[in-house]
Design a protein around this ligand. Structure first.
Ligand code: ZN
Ligand code: ZN
Length: 320
């Protein structure tokens, strides 16, 4: 199962009720962030899913609305008694950006490791997820991220019986582990049946429409794409500023055959993005507008469940 939360849905500058870009991804007790706009630490506190379980931050690019929350986030991790290394991923030049931001957060009780990603499709594995970073079309180098949670093939009990493997070993084999039975080694692949589909979602903001979005997003359960402008009359602006219209994001999701589309990264010129939803749904009906702290759950063999306006309990202050 994968839980997602759009911590902030604003682009460029924040609004009183709209924080800047960040996505919280939680999978089997592990977590990561995509982007860390200003105020991300506050949004994590409101959400209540915790700091220390966040093992990595994947940055899309180095515009302020995506990275300026990093020093505060790193300090909040220290406050949460983090002692394990934290991995940061991003476009080339990451180490320079991070060291510059860390001038104001120099001493941390844990290691921060920077991993530059090339501006070409690059596979990484974080939190048990197979992730591919891929280049987008923005004014500076910018990466999208495609996430897949693989699923083991179905367990074949007949094959296990045929190989005379006692039932007490079946659990390990079902988890894909090999076992030792009376001195003989049995590999999990010997008792695996038909392949099963895993989970798949894609995150891409700050870009013009791109073939990479359509290609990597093929058949995704969920796409989270930027909808910088809802008004089709802003097409020239979208082009000039290297962003997408709602309509263009919907076309990407439709062409990729995605299951659902969640829009985010809104211009401050749009007070209520939902007024543009109806016409966007003419292009791709399962489209929704994310709000700050909207949540999505992806589960095997089920359609994604969206909770756009979850009830968030009040923040309990952290003692210093
Ligand atoms: Zn942005
Ligand atoms: Zn940008």
């Amino acid at each position: 199962m994968i839980d997602l939360c759009t911590l902030g849905t604003g682009g460029s500058i924040p609004m009183p009720a709209r924080a800047l870009a960040s996505l919280y991804v939680r999978c089997d007790g592990h977590a990561l962030l995509v982007d860390c706009g200003e105020g991300t630490q506050m949004q994590i506190m409101k959400l209540g899913w915790g700091f220390r379980c966040i093992e990595a931050v994947l940055l899309t690019h180095f515009h302020a609305d995506h990275v300026s929350g990093l020093p505060g986030f790193l300090l909040a991790q220290a406050k949460a008694n983090r002692d394990q290394p934290l991995d940061l991923y991003g476009p080339p030049g990451l180490a320079h950006v991070v060291s510059s931001l860390r001038v104001i957060a120099p001493q941390l009780p844990y290691e921060v490791r920077c991993h530059d990603l090339a501006m070409e499709p690059s596979p990484i594995r974080v939190c048990g997820l197979d992730i591919t970073a891929f280049p987008l079309r923005h004014s500076i180098p910018c990466l999208g991220y495609d996430f897949r949670l693989p699923r083991l093939p179905r367990f074949d009990p007949d094959a296990a019986r045929h190989l005379q493997i006692p039932v007490r070993y079946w659990g390990q084999l079902q988890r894909g582990e090999s076992v030792e039975v009376d001195g003989r080694r049995v590999e999990a692949c010997l008792v695996q049946g038909e392949a099963r589909t895993g989970l798949h979602f894609l995150y891409a903001t700050d870009t013009r429409p791109s073939g990479n979005i359509r290609e990597f997003g093929q058949g995704a359960d969920l796409m989270i794409l930027e909808g910088m402008y809802g008004d089709p009359e802003k097409a020239n602006l979208a082009h000039k500023n290297h962003h997408m219209l709602f309509r263009e994001a919907a076309e990407c999701a439709r062409d990729a055959g995605a299951g659902r589309l969640l829009l985010t990264h809104y211009s401050t010129s749009m007070e209520d993005p939902e007024i543009f939803l109806e016409e966007t749904r003419h292009i791709f009906p399962p489209t929704d507008c994310a709000l700050d702290l909207s949540q999505a759950t992806l589960q095997f063999d089920r359609a994604p469940v969206l909770n756009l306006r979850p009830l968030i309990p009040p923040v309990i202050p952290v003692e210093s």
